[in-house]
Design a binder for this molecule. Structure first.
Ligand SMILES: C[S@@+](CC[C@H](N)C(=O)[O-])C[C@H]1O[C@@H](n2cnc3c(N)ncnc32)[C@H](O)[C@@H]1O
Length: 464
């Protein structure tokens, strides 16, 4: 997903929150209350995630995002991102703290008030924002809504207590897992309780920034102050600043791609000179890898907006692929590709460290639906590869029903398709992520590498 993201500051800095000249930043709508629009936007988008299960990525798009977000200036956009990221990352804990401080639960019709409280508390507890400003703006939000006005004093009292008792509250609620119950139960069922707890803990670790570089990883690691992982990814510590401002971005020398997401394309092996289909291709991180590995790539994508983004990403990288707007189910076997990568749509539960909204926008029913879609896509993809050709099936879910089970079912009734086991000896540093069947299976909990990896699944097959 990474190329998709418009990279932004990981955390709002004080300079972004306070306005540099002390005056109104360009684009701000409220000259008398700087930052108020950002808080309203944060509450609104939080409501869309938790009540309507709307994914954050689309709403935070610079050009096509939610109007309340697009109306903000750059500093306020960065602040909204930071607030939402913290609010969603720590939501179970913040909810528990707010509940604790309310004498009686808020009435059913006061959902927006709850969002203002969460947005305020997230800033006080987890962001570098002056507490008084978080409190004042939450009170102002309540005051401006006739339905909430009578609760403005309550908002003031609760958030002032959050501010006063911050350390004690954080310590007291430290044990509340920051993943929803349905997710934790499923992890426990699949991986066992210790592993599930480790994944829940990893959720709160700082998330590194991983780059795939066109060439010279050692040189780029030195220039950008990062390190090279055993798989060739350049890893940077999180920093306060904009990724596009880094050396090499404008020149298209690298792109953001989690180290785990960079594995599937490599599993196709030597593809130099081959005609390769990247069947679910946008935003294009894997397309770029395939082209750089020397293949002639047909990138297929069914969403026009996402295909445009893929094209823009490839343009920045000065990389050429044939980009086709199509449903892969409509592509027929006359095409005969030498190799295929199917990075299928999934629940994205492996990426919750970076995309904590996934917890609140996806559920068990989505996982089941996606698993059956993946099986359909994989069965069709297998018809498009020439005999002797390789297929890699991958996705960023950590639920085996979207990975291991799909492949097992397809192999079971497809005698012309054989598994190609991934050999741990060929992947130094990744041994723990290769299962007994020779499939790649990472979770955020099983890595010794500083900063870990996202959860990912990949299997390699061939047509015999
Ligand atoms: C997980 S994303 C792919 C990420 C991409 N491989 C990368 O590394 O940047 C899945 C993509 O598949 C696309 N997609 C889903 N169903 C499709 C279909 N039937 N045909 C073509 N594309 C599809 C989605 O629009 C989405 O962009």
């Amino acid at each position: 997903m990474e190329l998709n993201d418009k990279p932004a500051a990981a955390k709002a800095s004080k300079s972004q929150v306070r306005h540099k000249s002390g005056g109104r930043p360009v684009g701000s709508q409220n000259p008398h209350k700087p930052g108020l629009d950002a808080r309203f936007a944060a509450s609104k988008l939080l409501a869309a995630v938790v009540e309507k299960r709307t994914s954050l990525d689309g709403m935070l798009d610079q050009d096509h995002g939610n109007p309340a977000f697009k109306a903000l200036n750059d500093a306020d956009r960065a602040l909204v991102r930071a607030i939402l990221h913290s609010a969603l990352r720590y939501l179970p804990r913040i909810d528990a703290i707010v509940d604790e401080l309310l004498d009686t639960p808020l009435p059913d019709g006061a959902k927006s008030l709850q969002h203002h409280l969460v947005v305020g508390a997230a800033q006080i507890l987890y962001l570098d924002v002056p507490d008084h400003s978080a409190v004042d703006l939450a009170v102002e939000q309540a005051n401006r809504d006739p339905r909430n006005r009578r609760f403005a004093k309550l908002v003031n009292a609760v958030l002032r207590r959050v501010s006063r008792e911050k350390n004690a509250l954080l310590a007291h609620f430290d044990g509340v897992p920051c993943v929803p119950e349905w997710f934790f139960d499923r992890l426990t069922q699949v991986y066992g309780r210790d592993h599930a707890e480790a994944i829940a803990r990893a959720q709160l670790e700082p998330v590194m920034i991983d780059l795939t570089v066109k060439s010279d990883p050692v040189g780029w690691a030195a220039r950008l102050g990062g390190r090279v992982l055993p798989t060739g990814t350049v890893r940077l510590d999180p920093f306060k600043g904009a990724i596009p401002a880094l050396e090499g971005f404008d020149e298209g020398e690298w792109w953001v791609q989690d180290a785990a997401a960079a594995i599937p394309a490599k599993l196709l092996g030597d593809i130099s000179g081959l005609r390769v289909a990247d069947l679910c291709s946008a935003p294009g991180g894997k397309t770029a890898q395939l082209v750089l590995a020397g293949a002639s790539v047909v990138a297929i994508e069914q969403s026009a907006a996402r295909l445009r983004r893929l094209q823009a990403n490839l343009d920045r990288l000065k990389i050429h692929a044939e980009c086709r707007l199509a449903n892969l189910l409509d592509i027929d076997d006359a095409e005969g590709f030498d190799a295929i990568l199917l990075d299928a749509p999934c629940s994205s539960t492996g990426t919750t460290r970076r995309h904590p909204d996934v917890f609140w926008t996806k559920g068990q029913a989505d996982i089941e639906k996606l698993a059956s879609l993946q099986e359909k896509l994989l069965r069709h993809a297998l018809t498009l590869v020439k005999p002797g050709g390789r297929i890699v099936f991958s996705n960023c879910s950590i639920d085996p029903s979207e990975g291991e089970s799909v492949v097992a079912r397809v192999l079971a009734d497809n005698p012309h398709i054989a598994r190609v086991p991934i050999l741990p000896s060929n992947w130094p540093g990744l041994e723990k992520a290769i299962n007994s069947l020779g499939e790649f299976r990472s979770t955020s909990a099983i890595f010794d590498w500083d900063g870990g990896l996202d959860g990912f699944y990949a299997a390699v097959m061939t047509k015999v």
